[in-house]
Design a protein around this ligand. Sequence first.
Ligand code: PMP
Length: 496
Amino acid sequence: MYIDIQRNKGISITKQIVLAIVDQILSGFLQGGEKLPSVRSLSKELGVGFLTVVKAYQELEQDGYVHSVQGKGTFVHVKSTDTSKKYPEEKLTQDWQLSVQDYLPRSQFAQFHYVPEKIHLSSSMIDPELIPNQLLERELHHLIREGGTFFSRYGEVQGDMQLREAMQAYLLKKGIPTQPENLLITSGSQQAIDLIARTFVGPGDVVVLEAPTYPGAIDIFRGRGVTILTVPVDNDGMRLDILQHLCDRYRPKIIYTVPTFHNPTGTVLSSMRRRQLLDIAQAMQTIIIEDDPWSEVYYDQKPPAPIKSMDEYGHVIYLKGLSKTLAPGCRIGVLTASGSIFKRILAAKANTDLGTPLITQKLLLPFIESPKMVDHMDKLRNTLKVRRDLVIEILSEHCPEGVSWYIPGGGPNLWISLPSWMQSHHILFEAKKKQVSFLPGSACFPVDHENHHIRLSFSFMNVELLREGVAILCNILHSVILDKNISGHSSNFIVT
Ligand code: PMP
């Protein structure tokens, strides 16, 4: 079992083991009923004391994640709502697979992307009804009828030239002047983050992430074995005073940010802070990854220009994913950077997959170039604004006191903060019994998990299901508070 123990990290080794195992359980790598390595073998493998592992297992047991069976070992707790396949009895004793080292500390996607609930408030994808499906279908038939050579040859590693030209025009409208030579078509922004991480960072390097941040980015950087430093986010985005303090002591190689309708909080990095961030990056000779999945989807006013639009010295790698506005199934994103930074990422792309599938690039091209794209974005903004307002209305009317939220000016997410004693995982456990899911905020914290937040995504469900789901959530919050007031503690809501 791979656990990246860092001795000078400022948190105890016991805690590091606990957090790593919790991550693996929540990611679904370790499933209900699976046996953990014995205390002896894990302490030997990690090079840590026997008692350290004993303490970690005890803490996991107290928190309800595992249970020990005398003479048999320690097992991941099976939740009553656990739909995962149970292991046949004889296989439970074979923990040889866990002794095979891996370098994947966690993956939030494993658990949260394919949940069987009826009301998904966990998914920040757009409602399939809002995707221009018919137009894309027609285009696909057209491409197949044309009998092009999309299947019989590799495309350019860098991406289809026509699509790059169309994206050049698209980015120019956002204030980003670039050339097709400096654009790379990726399999979504997820791949772009991975390409940058595998190209530029490894063990010993420092990467700065916002706290909270996009869980998929945490998974990638944790997997590279870097030291992650975090900067909190307030209503104006990343706290640059704190970033400056960190940079006075450490020299980060990469600062990853979602400055526009931040995932998960929905906040926007102010224009002033965008300029300051660039100044810090210049002074520190650092790369900024500006991840921009949904700046087009604003509800009140247009967000400030991208950081990339001010980037004179090539510090910013800008990512424009198309999954959150067009078609996640096509897996298309665009990366722009300059100079040798760009060339090295391009080489990583070639090593990874020799290029993004040509057919999905060709499929999106006519839509991106047509005026329909503008109408489509208008429709997205208008429809999702109605959904955001609806959720806020229900929360304002029905949420118990002590629960607060940030009203996002765009994007698909609403960040809800619960009273600090509440555990969002426990609320999720109750919600799942009622066919509702959301993303527990702890998934979004790279280092010190805060457990009392909920990321509620309102982009995927229609108005009826949203209304039902948010009302159910409010009811659960009321009953948890009531239970605490009656019994003095929230014992009914342990993870089981
Ligand atoms: N960045 C952010 C901030 C995201 O929210 C997501 C998806 N939820 C991604 C990147 C990855 O998106 P994709 O690979 O589909 O473009």
